[in-house]
Design a protein around this ligand. Structure first.
Ligand code: G6P
Ligand code: MG
Length: 220
């Protein structure tokens, strides 16, 4: 039996654009330059770490922790306003069918996300019932690339890490899954996700069996 573990942002749905808009507002207020390139570095990392990267770009690492917390809270309010408006058709192509196929095959499905907003996002996408297990940013103490989020997912599914396949769009997430002894499938660009065991552009046209046979155990 396999345990399939999915990251949320960038794998199930594209929330990067909302993170970008919210962080851009904050960066503009702080007069720190913020580009799509910097946004790429924020993928998979916690809210606090994301802000640290922004402060580093702006040479503002001297900011005190209470002030950092206020900006992070403000960013989250802006972000939540965007995700509250999400529609169920914002699930990435092929994801819903792929999840249904895993369910029919009898394997286990977990969410392994750094986000503290995962419940709201899954609700907006009408996907709450698609996961047997949910582990998110509200339940872990160590952020990716630490494997905690995925190891908790495996434990809750009662499946050994070596029988877990993690789907991730970020390098921090791929690293986390490997540290946890799991197999990895990168979602996106193979050049960026070169450490993943296999990379696919998206879920359209893929079945769980095809992933196991062609992506993870193929002769490269
Ligand atoms: C995901 C995203 C990151 C985000 C993190 C925390 O991993 O890829 O960009 O910073 O979740 O999200 P949150 O919704 O808790 O701010
Ligand atoms: Mg992600």
């Amino acid at each position: 039996m396999w345990g399939f573990i999915f990251d949320l942002d960038g794998v199930i749905t594209d929330t990067a654009k909302y993170h970008y808009l919210a962080w851009k507002t904050i960066a503009d207020e702080l007069e720190i330059p913020f580009t799509e390139e910097i946004n790429e570095r924020l993928k998979g990392v916690s809210r606090e770490k994301s802000f640290e990267i922004i402060l580093e770009v702006g040479n503002r690492l001297d900011m005190k922790s209470e002030e950092r917390a206020k900006w992070c809270e403000k960013k989250n309010k802006l972000y939540v306003d965007y995700i509250k408006q999400m529609k169920k058709d914002e699930v990435l192509p092929g994801v819903r069918v792929f999840l249904e196929k895993i369910r029919k095959g009898g394997d286990c499905i977990a969410l392994g996300s750094a986000s503290k907003n995962s419940k709201l996002i899954l609700e907006r996408l009408e996907l709450q019932k698609a996961f047997d297990v949910i582990v998110d940013g509200t339940m872990v103490t160590k952020a990716k690339p630490d494997p905690e989020v995925f190891l908790q997912g495996a434990k809750k599914m009662h499946i050994n890490p070596e029988n877990c396949i993690v789907f991730e769009d970020s390098t921090a997430g791929i690293e986390a899954a490997h540290k946890g002894g799991m197999k990895t499938v990168g979602i996106g660009d193979a050049k960026i996700l070169r450490k993943a065991d296999g990379v696919i552009a998206g879920f359209e046209g893929w079945t769980p069996e095809k992933i196991v046979e062609e992506v993870l155990f193929c002769v490269k």
